[in-house]
Structure formats: C-alpha cells, structure tokens
Design a binder for this molecule. Structure first.
Ligand SMILES: O=C(O)c1ccccc1NCC(=O)[C@H](O)[C@H](O)COP(=O)(O)O
Length: 267
C-alpha cells in the first residue's frame, strides 16, 4: 500500500475498520452478469450508462437514508441505471453484504461491490458481479486483480492519477474507474477524470467516479471519454429522505437526450 500519511482522517478510519473485519468462510465463486453487455444495452437504448450507487451515508454525506436498499436499487433500475453499486462497508457508509445479496436477487443488472478490499480474504465475503479494488490501498495489485478474476468477479480498479492508471494497466485491469474524489482532502474535482482518462487505451472501459451531480456534469464526463458514470450522492440525495431516486437517476440517464441537452440546467 502507498503511504497513508496524506489520507484524510475519515479514510484512515475506514482502512482501520477494513483491517478489523474478517473475510468470509470459503472462497466466493461468481457467475457474473457482464458489465460490458449492460453498458452496451444502455447505449443502444440512448441512455447514459449510469452505475447508480446504494450508499446509505458516507463521511461527506449530509445525512443518512434509511430506505430499504432493495427498494432503492429497484427505483434506480426503473430510472434507467445500467448497473447498481452497493456500498457494503458498515461503519462509515451504513452498508452490508446482506443488502448486496438481497439487491442482486431483486434486480437483473450487474451489481458492483463497493468496499475497501485490502486482500484476498476481503473478497470472500459476498458474491457480486463486479468488485472494486482501489489501486492506492493494495500491496500487490496484479495479484488481487487475478484473484478477483479467479473467483469470477469483474474487477473494477480505481485510480486517482496517472501513476495509478499505469499501475492498473500493468496489473491487467480492463475496467478502470477514475475517482474524482481526492482521498487526501475528500474534495471532488471533475478535472481529475478529464486529465487522467485520455491516457487509458481505447480497449479499456473507463468509468468516471464521484462528484457527478447534474446532467451538465454527466455530459462533461462523457465528452471526456467516460464509458459509464458511477453516481451515489446525487441520486441518494441524503439530505432529503423523500427525494425521488427514480427521478434523480433518470435525469442523469437521459442527460444526452435532445430534451435534456437543450435545457440550460447548471445544477
Ligand atoms: O463518499 C464519500 O464521502 C467517501 C469518503 C471517503 C472515501 C470514499 C468515499 N466515497 C466512495 C466513493 O467512491 C463514492 O461513493 C462513489 O464514487 C460515488 O460518489 P458520489 O457520486 O460523489 O457520491
């Protein structure tokens, strides 16, 4: 792992909690739903490929949503989400592996396990179609990417700068997420994706992660080359328990329709 000295206190706390958690019993074996097929289906339908995130809370959220995670995921699919991301981290994000399992049973799109997996044992907690591996937090990225594939997961390797992108490519990553959130300050800057993504080869699926809050942002990330967008906060709208998750998803999945592009929306 890279040095932790530059990480935000909340992120250090997340990593400490991840080290405390034990892995599952046995080795997970997944028959994964293809993410590339799901993204292609969205494109063919004229939807922006959005991976909508069930994220009950987070260190930067305004509050906590207590809705049933399955209802949230179904509402996101109704809004056109190509795939669902589920935070399974319990202490800082209010998630659980059980919620992911229930969601995966209820929806037919691919489901990403979003957590802070530091080693192979951490993978063997719950079956999912995709598994997040954060380049900055693991010692041997190649080994973890291979271990994820051995289990049937499609590994999504998260990077934040060009050096990490090179590490991800060397490790054989085929799906790479560029996180606009700086884990040192917890600030988001969409320029991160714009500066890193163009250096990924064309045959890699590139996902813009974090900080996408409007159709304008969605179009901006697509223009910078995003094959898909990972969106949590703008869809969950943590400050408002009654906020309509289907509508929040739909305004992003429809960001490239003629109706949406003629709007002067900036928020
Ligand atoms: O979201 C946070 O507050 C956070 C804090 C510390 C580490 C990671 C964090 N988020 C994880 C994520 O990657 C996001 O949930 C995901 O990319 C969606 O981001 P957003 O649309 O900005 O909620």
């Amino acid at each position: 792992m890279n040095s932790e000295t530059e990480l935000a206190p909340a992120v250090k706390s997340i990593l400490a909690a991840a080290r405390e958690r034990s892995g599952g019993e046995g080795v997970v074996n997944v028959d994964a739903r293809s993410i590339s097929d799901a993204l292609a289906r969205a494109e063919a339908d004229g939807r922006v490929p959005v991976i909508a995130e069930v994220k009950p809370t987070s260190p930067t959220a305004d509050g906590t949503r207590t809705d049933d995670p399955v209802e949230l995921a179904e509402a996101m699919v109704e809004g056109g989400a190509a795939a669902i991301s589920v935070l399974t981290e319990p202490t800082h994000f209010g998630g659980s592996p059980e919620a992911l399992t229930r969601i995966r049973e209820a929806v037919d799109v691919p489901v990403l396990r979003k957590d802070f997996v530091l080693d192979e044992a951490g993978m063997d907690v719950v079956a999912a179609d995709l598994l997040l591996v954060i380049a900055r937090f693991v010692d041997d990225l190649s080994e973890l990417v291979a271990a994820a594939r051995d289990r049937g997961f499609q590994p999504l390797v998260e990077v934040h700068d060009r050096d990490e992108l090179e590490d991800a490519l060397e490790a054989g990553a085929e799906i790479i997420g560029v996180n606009n959130r700086d884990l040192a300050k917890l600030e988001v800057d969409l320029e991160t994706f714009e500066s890193v993504a163009p250096h990924a080869p064309d045959d890699v699926t590139v996902i813009a992660e974090s900080g996408i809050s409007s159709p304008v942002d969605a179009r901006r990330m697509r223009e910078a080359g995003a094959d898909a967008l990972l969106v949590g906060s703008a869809i969950m709208d943590h400050g408002a328990d009654e906020s309509d998750v289907t509508e929040n998803t739909r305004r992003l999945t429809r960001a490239e329709t003629a109706e949406s592009t003629t709007e002067t929306e900036t928020t």
